[in-house]
Design a protein around this ligand. Structure first.
Ligand SMILES: *Cc1c(COP(=O)(O)O)cnc(C)c1O
Length: 427
């Protein structure tokens, strides 16, 4: 459920016509809905409230500091994967006690920054990392808490590039090795290994992979407890899927909670979740204008003013984004986020960008109402891993970000300028 809807054949973000934002801010542009962000955050928080769970929003999916501020005000914690994300979390007023630091390759500066900020915990992914954190904490005269990321070897049934919880993945340590790791680091001077972390992949549409992973971790924690380890928390990770192809593709988080809450209730350790996509995915769209039309062989191309540098998911993950005109005709289905709602006169087109790469596309062989130069298109479900993955490839300034709240909007990140492109190069 989001707040991007058609009224009188025109796409609105909350109470503002998308066309107005495009006209005033230009295209391409990312447009976020405050109400959608908050609704999705509260859905997660409410679903896991019976566990007293800490919700740590995964900054990497959409990390604008103004969005983080909005979430921090609601009591949301943060999952960070770099010094940059930690900086953003703190700048947004995030409570360090609700910040978790993940990532397979944290460098010394990042570890020190996390320790100095007094974050809740490090999610550790290797023995070498544990030893390094202990060493750095010692040098800083501090003691820190960490969790071991275990690889529960479950198949989340998602894209190979976003599968993280299988044995062959670079993430975490195999769950059957976890006990040995806990034994080995039972009494480090400056590091207390006191938690278990999983993150099986993303987007995960089924509940079963979570249940399977959680059960394996619960059993592991029972065995660790029996060996005298004091486990303080279990971080279940993120990955909850969202609706890309239809309004019923993904389960609401309450469906995940139905099975996970009974499993995790009344445990003597704290529970954390790290949702990113679920909160941000449907809270953002990207608006782009049709530049040119052309044909090539049997193909019809709609060339738009956004490129793969602005939104890389279609070409990186073969991801599907619903794309639809911001202004529709009476015969067009309004904004139903489904693959199969084109009008009778739909064209089959490739929607492509201006970047010098064959992979620069948003949709291939897509049925779309007829469009012409100047038409505004909305790329839906672009809130997560959209702007966050944008780059300057082809020396294209990155697009602005706009946050809508009711009938007003704020530009929360300016469009980059040509000067911005060369500024760091000035000798
Ligand atoms: C990316 C990531 C998340 C968030 O995944 P979503 O699919 O956006 O919910 C959570 N935890 C870890 C460790 C991650 O790497």
């Amino acid at each position: 459920m989001d707040f991007f809807n058609y009224r009188n054949n025109e796409l609105y973000c909350e109470d503002i016509p998308a066309a107005r934002i495009a006209a005033e801010v230009g295209t391409p542009v990312y447009v976020y809905s405050k109400a959608t962000f908050l609704r999705h955050y509260h859905q997660v928080a409410d679903a896991f409230a019976p566990l007293g769970a800490t919700i740590c929003y995964s900054i990497k999916c959409c990390g604008n500091v103004n969005i983080l501020k909005m979430l921090a005000r609601e009591g949301c914690g943060f999952d960070v994967t770099s010094a940059g994300e930690l900086f953003r979390a703190l700048r947004a007023g995030g409570d360090p006690k609700k910040i978790i630091f993940a990532g397979v390759g944290k460098n010394d500066d990042e570890i020190a920054a996390g320790i100095n900020a007094g974050i809740a915990a490090f999610n550790c992914e290797s023995e070498a990392e544990i030893e390094n954190i202990d060493r750095i904490a010692g040098a800083l005269g501090k003691t820190v808490v960490g969790a071991l990321r275990v690889n529960p070897d479950v198949d989340p049934k998602t894209h190979a590039k976003t599968t993280t919880g299988k044995k062959e993945s670079k993430f975490g340590v195999d769950i059957d090795r976890a006990e040995r790791v806990f034994e080995r680091y039972r009494s480090l001077a400056h590091f207390r290994l006191a938690g278990v972390h999983t993150h099986i992949g993303s987007p995960v549409l089924e509940v079963q992979p979570y249940v399977e992973a959680a059960q394996k971790v619960i059993d592991l924690i029972d065995r660790l407890t029996a060996r005298g380890h004091k486990i303080e928390w279990f971080d279940v990770g993120g990955g909850f899927g969202v609706n890309y192809t239809s309004l019923t593709q993904a389960k609401p988080v309450s469906e995940h909670a139905k099975l996970l809450v009974p499993l995790l209730k009344n445990k003597p350790y704290k529970i954390a979740f790290e949702p990113g996509r679920y909160i941000a995915g449907n809270a953002g769209i990207m608006l782009t204008r049709v530049q040119y039309r052309k044909t090539g062989g049997s193909k019809h191309f709609v060339i738009v003013d956004a490129g793969m540098n602005d939104l890389i998911r279609p070409t990186l993950y073969e991801a599907y984004h619903h794309i639809w005109p911001a202004k529709i005709r009476d015969i067009d289905t309004p904004g139903s986020r489904t693959k199969d709602a084109p009008p009778a006169d739909a064209e089959v087109v490739d929607i492509v960008g201006p970047v010098c790469e064959t992979g620069d596309y948003f949709a291939l062989d897509r049925r779309l109402p007829p469009t012409q130069r100047g038409d505004l298109l909305a790329v839906f479900t672009a809130g997560a891993y959209g702007f966050a993955m944008a780059s300057n490839y082809n020396n294209r300034p990155r697009p602005p970000e706009v946050l809508v709240g009711g009938s007003t909007y704020t530009v929360i990140r300016k469009r980059e300028t040509l000067e911005d492109l060369v500024r760091p190069e000035e000798a």
